[in-house]
Design a protein around this ligand. Structure first.
Ligand code: CA
Length: 226
């Protein structure tokens, strides 16, 4: 199980990282909101422990962006005792639980384990647009009821397009989310993958759902009638 800790206080951060490692978790530590957000979006974490008061981006902004990007991994908020309103705010923003500082490590560990047991139950399991369906749990894609076989990367690409349907997704974002790499304009790996995906989900069907927005990226949507 991989846990991301976003905490700027050095002592607390180190203490959490060490404690979680000793408890058998793989724990990464980010010391500000920008690094924390980047890791939360690109790393394959099972849970995020998120401090509220952080440099560069505060905990709210990090949480909001995590949810906005369609990530449903559990988030445990750390909030100071004099920021009690923050708890309510955190839960409204999509935090799964919160803990008031200072806390006992045993309490934190119990909350972490409970959240992981609860798992990603709030995550939608089925994505749909027109007659295209993606079943996340069974890793199945169908169009017009017909089963479509995709590679792991094609599946991840389609999942991203479906999660953000109607939004133009820049190639750089697709590169970081699907390939976990920085976008290099010399590579055509994304174009090739999109072409292959289209051949499978669009070529033999109507309407065409993947649209290229020249100079911008790709969008998955039901086209407006001409
Ligand atoms: Ca802090």
């Amino acid at each position: 199980m991989k846990v991301l800790i976003v905490e700027d206080e050095q002592k607390t951060g180190d203490y959490l990282k060490q404690g979680l490692s000793e408890a058998g978790f793989v724990a990464d530590l980010a010391r500000d909101g920008v690094d924390g957000l980047h890791l939360a979006l690109t790393g394959d974490y099972d849970l995020v422990i998120l401090d509220v008061m952080l440099p560069r981006l505060d905990g709210w902004q990090v949480l909001r962006e995590i949810r906005h990007q369609g990530k449903h991994l559990p988030v445990l908020f750390l909030t100071a005792r004099d920021q009690v309103d923050d708890r309510v705010k955190g839960l409204e923003f999509g935090a799964d639980d919160y803990l008031v500082k200072p806390f006992a490590f045993s309490e934190l560990l119990a909350r972490v384990r409970a959240l992981l047991r609860r798992g990603r139950t709030s995550e939608p399991e089925l994505f749909r647009i027109a007659d295209l369906e993606l079943d996340l749990l069974r890793r199945r894609v169908t169009r017009a009821g017909k089963r479509i076989d995709l590679t792991a990367k094609e599946f991840a690409l389609l999942e991203l397009l479906l999660r953000r349907q109607g939004e133009v997704l820049p190639r750089s974002l697709i590169a970081s989310q699907v390939w976990d790499m920085n976008f290099d304009s010399d590579t055509n790996v994304i174009e090739v993958a999109v072409r292959r995906l289209r051949a499978k989900i669009d070529d033999d069907f109507e309407p065409k759902l993947i649209r290229t927005v020249r100079g911008m990226g790709y969008v998955l949507e039901i086209p407006e009638p001409a």
